[in-house]
Write a protein that binds this ligand. Structure first.
Ligand code: FMN
Length: 366
């Protein structure tokens, strides 16, 4: 129920939000943007500096932020010649869903900063691009409204709230509205020192967080006990998002969760942790096939997707790149970003002589 106070607040916030989108640089035709990096360059010209700092910044000195992508650059591929790659199979089964390709859209909060329709525009773009979209707990719209607007599969990312009753209701609301899996974020007892964002903050309207209890919404007391508690009532597969340490991965297996997302929160929390692609093989080794492992962070090229799969991920997620698309061109921008990355991944499979996901393994790494 929206109260009069909510409506008044929204009305007052509206002019401030409007200022965010009033950029004057000419918009490039989408088909002239050939890579995700082209989207980054052009999006920066369109998005207000404070919002840009918010979506592109990382924690502290942004060392991990740099490493997340650089680590992929240092991994060499080992192609196989004379393999029949005339038919590619990129389909992947994940928790009872068959996805046409293993690239998902990671949960990112407050998308109204980037586009006036926020998550509704993003989820439309995801469906057009055939990519699964993970709805963030800190979305600027209600999870039910986003899920109802979705024309493709959606998952829900959960920040466990201090009030466990509220958390339970939120999970049930997400499940009832059609979210097919829950990704519990476990790397955020607090947020990192986001200096770039802090420096640029002036002029941003207050974030709207209609799914959460207020601004102070992270629970630093969260432990494995709470994962057991969530499992006791969750009706959908439960994944832990934000595992880096192989010991935690082993505990996750014992805790009976359904999957793991190797993530350092897009380098926004603890600076100087390793790039996720550095942690991935160690986690995969410890898990030893007992759970599906996904990975996110710094994935910008189809070859990055191939490398992540070669190191044992079943699928990858991207965060910032689809926000660049959203800021530049709404749903069309999101679907174009997905299409480019998907196409690059297919090229990489062909050129590396790996026509199926099953044929992508460590032997694809030099
Ligand atoms: C602007 C922004 C907001 C984010 N919000 C959330 C969030 O609400 N919940 C969450 O679990 N992760 C959040 N993340 C982390 C992403 O889910 C993901 O881990 C990360 O963006 C992947 O790295 P990449 O941006 O290099 O692709 C956010 C990331 C960004 C950039």
């Amino acid at each position: 129920m929206r109260t009069r106070r909510d409506l008044l607040r929204t009305a007052l916030a509206a002019p401030a939000f409007h200022r965010l989108y009033a950029q004057t640089a000419p918009r490039p035709a989408l088909d002239r943007l050939l890579s995700l990096f082209d989207f980054e360059t052009e999006a920066q010209k369109q998005i207000s500096p404070a919002v840009w700092a918010r979506i592109s910044g990382g924690a502290a000195d942004e060392l991990t932020l740099r490493w997340n992508h650089q680590a992929y650059e240092k991994i060499l591929l080992k192609p196989r010649a004379l393999v029949d790659v005339s038919h590619l199979d990129t389909r992947v089964k994940l928790f009872g869903l068959e996805l046409p390709f293993p690239i998902l859209l990671a949960p990112t909060g407050a998308q109204k900063f980037v586009h006036p329709e926020g998550e509704l525009a993003a989820v439309r773009g995801a469906a057009a691009g055939q990519a699964l979209y993970v709805i963030s707990s800190s979305a600027s719209l209600r999870v039910d409204d986003i899920a109802k607007a979705a024309r493709g599969p959606v998952w829900f990312q959960l920040y466990v709230q201090r009030d466990r009753g509220f958390t339970r209701d939120l999970v049930q609301r997400a499940e009832d509205s059609g979210c097919r899996a829950l990704c519990v974020t476990v790397d955020s007892p607090t947020f990192g020192a986001r200096n770039r964002e802090q420096r640029a903050q002036g002029g941003l309207p207050e974030r709207e967080l209609p799914n959460l209890m207020g601004k102070d919404y992270l629970d630093p007391a969260l432990t494995w006990k709470d994962i057991d508690w969530l499992r006791s009532f969750a009706r959908r597969p439960l994944l832990l998002k934000g595992i880096l340490n192989p010991d935690d991965a082993a505990t996750a297996v014992s805790a009976g969760v359904d999957g793991i997302i190797v993530s350092n929160h897009g380098a926004r929390n603890l600076d100087t942790v390793p790039a996720t692609i550095t942690a991935l093989p160690l986690v995969v080794e410890r898990v030893a096939g007992r759970l599906p492992v996904l990975v996110d962070g710094g994935i910008r090229r189809g070859t990055d997707v191939l490398k992540a799969l070669a190191f044992g991920a079943v699928a990858v997620e991207i965060g910032r790149p689809y926000l660049w698309g959203l800021g530049l061109a709404g749903p069309d921008g999101v679907s174009r970003v997905v299409e480019i990355l998907r196409h690059e991944f297919e090229l990489a499979m062909m050129l590396a002589g790996r026509p199926t996901l099953g044929s992508i393994d460590r032997s694809a790494i030099w």
